[in-house]
Design a protein around this ligand. Structure first.
Ligand SMILES: Cc1ncc(COP(=O)(O)O)c(C=O)c1O
Length: 312
């Protein structure tokens, strides 16, 4: 089941104020569009016990990661981390969502000259919009995925460490190929043949009771859900290791799952048509998945510091 929807909330943050989404336009001459000169984030807001409040998950960390992309590009967005967090809260109050919501912060080169470069210390324009979002890929049924014929972009080409707009052509090529071949998603390898991540999510493997995920040096996004999963695993006594993973280790893994803001915790049943483990959601995945959904909905007080709760 996939409850993906593209109906956006009507208000957006654009050019320093709340404005109707329908008025938030870029000209066709924009070099953000033509060269992918922008960067973005993705944050989820979960409805808790009562629909009069929404919990934004790890907002402070998402904002910090968003600004990390700016540092990689050598640009600024003209707001402090605190101001950006406040814009999320303001827009939430304005749109008043009563369902699980995805937030897309975006900063882009607001210029129409034809050179792809942007002068140092330039300010990118910040925008934020919101849409209702359920599962992006299934979190209940097993996902059958493939190893992509496309490699993950490497750090010295388009750094995967940043959420840089242009780099998502790499994700699009891999996803397109995977879906055309009947898979849900793809796992991309680094140029030296190690496992990197999915098209828009990190990957975790369980072997002999240990949770293993590729290190941040293997051309992956420094995922906030990845960090959440590692923390939850350690806290419940599952040993964790960050190390490179070979392609064929995927085939002999006991459990595999994707994790990301979009993907949440989504288990993988098959890779390249080989069944993973017993072909059911494995015990470690099940445990982490259950904890994850309790944490994001505010049911685990220990992790309440990860939530920014906005009363609607
Ligand atoms: C390429 C890529 N890897 C990993 C992730 C997961 O990161 P996070 O958990 O911070 O959302 C995402 C999506 O956000 C992504 O686009």
């Amino acid at each position: 089941m996939n409850s993906f929807t593209l109906t956006h909330f009507p208000h957006t943050w654009f050019r320093k104020r709340i404005t109707p989404l329908e008025d938030a336009h870029l000209p066709v001459t924009s070099k953000a569009l033509q060269y992918g000169l922008g960067f973005f984030g993705g944050v989820r807001g979960y409805v808790g016990e009562s629909s009069s409040a929404i919990h934004l998950f790890r907002l402070k960390d998402h904002v910090a990661r968003f600004l990390q992309s700016a540092r990689i590009l050598g640009v600024s967005v003209g707001y402090t981390p605190e101001e950006l967090q406040d814009i999320f809260v303001q827009l939430t109050r304005k749109n008043a969502p009563t369902v699980d919501t995805y937030y897309r912060p975006y900063a882009f080169a607001d210029s129409t000259d034809i050179s792809p470069h942007y002068l140092g210390n330039a300010e990118y324009t910040f925008a934020l919009y919101m849409l209702p979002l359920g599962d992006y890929i299934s979190t209940t049924e097993g996902n059958a995925v493939c190893v992509s014929s496309w490699h993950r972009v490497r750090d010295n080409a388009i750094p995967a460490r940043g959420k840089l707009s242009g780099a998502y052509t790499n994700s699009a090529l891999a996803k397109q190929e995977a879906v055309a071949n009947g898979f849900t998603d793809a796992i991309l390898l680094t140029e030296d043949g190690h496992v990197a991540e999915g098209t828009a999510m990190n990957l975790c493997m369980v072997r002999a009771g240990t949770l293993i995920t590729p290190p941040v040096q293997d051309d992956v996004l420094e995922g906030i859900t990845r960090d959440t999963v590692l923390t939850l695993a350690r806290d419940c006594g599952i040993p964790t290791v960050e190390r490179s993973i070979d392609r064929t280790e995927l085939y002999v893994a006991d459990e595999l799952f994707f994790c990301g803001t979009g993907a949440q915790v989504a288990w993988i049943s098959h890779v390249d048509r080989r069944r993973i483990g017993a072909g059911v959601m494995g015990p470690a995945t099940k445990h982490i998945r259950e904890m994850f959904f309790e944490v994001v909905r505010g049911k685990q007080k220990k992790y309440a510091h990860w939530l920014t709760t906005v009363q609607i």
